[in-house]
Design a protein around this ligand. Structure first.
Ligand code: HQG
Length: 184
């Protein structure tokens, strides 16, 4: 994706996941804001964004490697990744038997002790396949660690799982007994 669109995508992520108040936006309990309100806020952000419209947002959604945003009925929201205070309501669902989490060596001993925690975000993020987990882990410094998450078993024992997008599942936390280190 062109640099300009990547920059725009990052700004939209900030507005919809982390600091909507800096854009004078208020997310509803499922994370939606009016698309025109978002566009207005972005246009005011920088002179070269004065003509940004729905077309550019759609372009980002089509061209991006990840499905980050959802547009529906004149509204837009981020599928996952939120850090704002006030946990958003996500749709509960039955996860696949196995999910994956990509992390790094530095986090491993804490994860072994306390399980996967959401840290700065609202939810723990889990990947549908190992390749995606590798990409997630690759964003961080340190040796990559891929954890297999026994999601089916955890769900049967009462843990809640939520839909992010087609590749990302969410959970409140994952206790260590449901985690398998890949080379075990
Ligand atoms: C680690 C990106 C210590 C966890 C990605 C991770 C994803 C712990 C880090 C999405 C821990 C949090 C989210 C514990 C977990 N002690 N560290 N108990 N439990 N951790 O960035 O999952 O490009 O908040 O392993 O692709 O890496 O933004 O979460 O390393 O889908 O659209 O704490 O963000 O998508 O890091 O990534 P993050 P994540 P976007």
């Amino acid at each position: 994706m062109e640099r300009e669109l990547v920059q725009l995508s990052k700004t939209i992520s900030k507005a919809l996941r982390h600091t909507p108040w800096l854009y004078e936006l208020e997310l509803d309990e499922q994370g939606w804001v009016g698309l025109s309100d978002l566009l207005e806020a972005i246009r005011q952000r920088a002179p070269h964004w004065q003509n940004i419209g729905e077309a550019e947002v759609i372009q980002i959604m089509l061209k991006s490697d990840k499905q980050r945003f959802e547009v529906k009925d004149g509204r837009i929201r981020a599928f996952y990744g939120h850090s704002i205070p006030g946990k958003l309501a996500k749709e509960q669902a039955t996860p696949p038997e196995i999910l994956y989490h990509g992390t790094n060596q530095n986090a491993l001993s804490a994860i072994r002790a306390t399980g996967l925690q959401p840290m700065k975000r609202q939810y723990v993020h889990l990947s549908m396949d190992e390749t995606t987990a590798q990409l997630v882990a690759g964003r961080k410094a340190g040796r990559t660690i891929i954890l297999k998450v026994q999601a089916g078993q955890a769900h049967r024992q009462g843990l809640k799982f939520y839909l992010g997008n087609e590749m990302v599942w969410l959970a409140d936390s994952i206790p260590p007994e449901f985690l398998i280190e890949a080379d075990e």
